[in-house]
Design a protein around this ligand. Structure first.
Ligand SMILES: C[S@@+](CC[C@H](N)C(=O)[O-])C[C@H]1O[C@@H](n2cnc3c(N)ncnc32)[C@H](O)[C@@H]1O
Length: 231
């Protein structure tokens, strides 16, 4: 994928293993020609507002998968821990996006301005909305009524104290028909505790049938589908 790095600056490493040299500024992503138009513009703050303010490989992997497989069957998509909004924005620019597509990119309050900036940069205000969704809290009002068809989570398993919160949110967001796609970068042994606990409620299947899988897997990034177990 072509990434145009406009500006770089050295910042201190943050919560996640954020590399010391971070991209600040704008990247132009074309996902190997899989996007409509001129591609996707993403502004990064280098992690200034939180670790979500940069591009993470797990987000790119999830976007590649969805762009390759198509999202025509999923008019209502919710992304949690969206950071810059990369994955949700990329699918809104997909050739396979249904005409009535609505994507909610969500994160903690501090990430909302950056997500809104990226929505506007790509002129996607009619399809993508940035909202606060704090894991572990009661689901926000905008989710009342019709359930979402697809839940996306890229690189959200990294902070042990947040594991129970993330698990609760995944449970609250899904019914037996909800498709949850989760891309994950293996960093610590403790991460296995999250998956062990989540397996009590969900069946987890690894997804590997797409072109970019091996490239990401080599760097410890995997993609999984979670389906809620029926009692
Ligand atoms: C490693 S970043 C991944 C960002 C993005 N999905 C990507 O792949 O580029 C993890 C994201 O989870 C969000 N996050 C962490 N704890 C959260 C919580 N309790 N509630 C909601 N979002 C949270 C962070 O703000 C951050 O944007």
């Amino acid at each position: 994928m072509e990434i145009l790095q406009i500006e770089t600056e050295v910042l201190p490493a943050a919560v996640v293993d954020v590399p010391e040299r971070l991209n600040l500024g704008r990247s132009n992503l074309n996902f190997d020609g899989l996007l409509k138009g001129d591609g996707l513009k993403i502004e990064e703050d280098g992690g200034a507002a939180g670790c979500g303010g940069k591009l993470w490989p797990a987000g790119e992997m999830l976007a590649y998968y969805l762009l390759r497989k198509g999202i025509q069957s999923y008019p209502r998509v919710l992304e949690i821990g969206s950071g810059t909004g990369l994955t949700g924005l990329a699918i809104a620019l997909s050739e396979s996006a249904p005409p009535n597509l609505k994507v909610w990119v969500t994160d903690q309050e501090n990430m909302i301005p950056l997500m809104n900036q990226n929505i506007e940069l790509n002129n996607l205000q009619d399809k993508v909305v940035a909202e606060v969704l704090d894991w572990g809290e009661e689901l926000p009002e905008f989710l009342e009524g019709q359930p979402v068809d697809l839940v996306l989570a890229a690189d959200c398993v990294y902070l042990e104290s947040a594991f129970p919160l993330l698990e609760k949110t995944l449970i609250d967001l899904s019914n037996k028909d909800t498709k949850i796609l989760m891309s994950y970068k293996k960093r610590r042994k403790a991460d296995s505790r999250f998956f062990k606990s989540v397996k009590k409620h969900f069946t987890i299947v690894e997804i590997s049938d797409f072109e970019e899988h091996a490239r990401f897997k080599k760097d410890g990034v995997t993609l999984m589908e979670l389906k809620k177990k029926t009692k």
